[in-house]
Design a protein around this ligand. Structure first.
Ligand code: PGA
Length: 253
């Protein structure tokens, strides 16, 4: 059985005070579930990782980073290595979030290098994939998602793959209030699982968690996560409010 995984991607929001308050609120609100029946993670901006890590303490709420660089150390001004993320208590890291792909210009190849470096550094990557609106309208959703998954996971063996989470986030649903319907989400999630079975094995594909992301709110989380292949959510906007995020975590069980 796959344990549901709900993660809150804060993006470039919050400050040291509001971030700590949010993390404490989530830790308290999710106390009965986090680390037990639901995997819960908060994903703050790099600079708030240490105070947020302290704020969640031993509550069972994990901490993740929004990005990572693929080199171990050296002259890479502005970048953060996997070892640095481990050092400040990070467990998870997003790889290839759509804003990194489409706003910051990351290619599939760069996403793959980051994912491999994250795995090498003992982090648990969340590989984000998803199509643009024009790609969906041109019936290219499966083609795009397949390309992102095959390229993103190049060189990842089965043992490492067992530690990867996939997040399906249709770009047209991110921050737009326009969520995919449960049927649309399930269709792509089932496609991804079939693809993973082809690339690895049925057994491994059945174990991999596939999150849905894109305008997840307390009002739609339950129905999305009740689909058989939707194993949790990657939440942006609604993860910035304790009550909303805690409601979404509760909707996972
Ligand atoms: P959203 O963002 O929930 O604000 O749509 C989701 C994401 O980008 O991970």
């Amino acid at each position: 059985m796959r344990k549901p995984f709900v993660a809150g991607n804060w993006k470039m929001n919050m400050n040291s005070q509001t971030g700590v308050a949010l993390a404490q609120g989530v830790a308290e609100g999710a106390a009965d579930l986090a680390g037990g029946s639901v995997t819960v993670a908060v994903i703050p901006p790099f600079v708030y990782l240490p105070p947020v890590g302290q704020a969640v303490g031993s509550s069972g709420v994990a901490v993740g980073a929004q990005d990572v660089y693929f080199e171990e150390k050296g002259a890479f001004t502005g970048e953060i290595s996997p070892a640095m993320l481990k050092d400040v208590g990070c467990t998870y890291v997003l790889c290839g979030h759509s804003e990194r792909r489409h706003v910051l210009g990351e290619s599939d190849e760069l996403v793959n290098k980051k994912l491999l470096a994250a795995l090498g550094g003992g982090l648990l990557p969340i590989l984000c994939v998803g199509e643009l609106l024009e790609e969906r309208d041109a019936s290219q959703t499966e083609q795009v998602v397949e390309r992102q998954i095959r390229a993103g996971l190049a060189g990842v063996d089965a043992e490492k793959m067992a530690t990867v989470t996939i997040a399906y986030e249709p770009v047209w649903a991110i921050g737009t209030g326009r969520t995919a319907t449960r049927e649309q989400a399930q269709e792509v999630h089932a496609f991804i699982r079939k693809l993973l079975a082809e690339m690895y094995s049925e057994t491994l594909a059945a174990e991999i968690r596939i999150q849905y992301g894109g305008s997840v709110k307390p009002g739609n989380a339950k129905e999305l996560m009740s689909e058989p292949d939707v194993d949790g959510c990657l939440v942006g906007g609604a993860s910035l409010k304790v009550d909303d995020f805690v409601q979404i975590i509760k909707a996972a069980v």
